[in-house]
Design a protein around this ligand. Structure first.
Ligand SMILES: [Zn+2]
Length: 113
């Protein structure tokens, strides 16, 4: 599981820093922009989402295009997947149905199917 030393995140935000929306859970509050495990991108995370390795669900699904199950996923990424599913109240079965749907839609859009 991805573990992050987020002590710098726990500092009080400066008064000039307005509360922002977490791109994972949608809560408004202290957030930080950090590199995402889903790929070469960044998102705005609240402290609980960042420290637990949660990712925006749509980005998570998109990052798994072409894969069929957890056996296709690198071990270091599995913790983020499990943490995200738990936060979203989704099962692995639901995740892989979503991945299959987006993989098929992508292939059709490209004219591969
Ligand atoms: Zn959050």
């Amino acid at each position: 599981m991805k573990t992050i030393n987020a002590s710098w995140l726990l500092k009080e935000p400066s008064p000039e820093e307005p509360p922002q929306k977490c791109e994972v859970c949608g809560k408004i509050g202290p957030t930080r922009v950090a590199s995402s495990a889903t790929g070469a991108t960044s998102f705005r995370y609240c402290v609980p989402c960042l420290t637990k390795g949660r990712e925006p669900y749509g980005a998570l699904v998109a990052s798994l295009i072409g894969m069929e199950s957890m056996k296709d996923v690198a071990d270091w990424y599995k913790g983020s997947i499990i943490a995200t599913l738990k936060a979203e109240g989704k099962t692995q079965e639901e995740l892989w149905k979503n991945v299959e749907a987006i993989t098929s839609a992508y292939a059709k859009a490209k004219g591969w199917l």
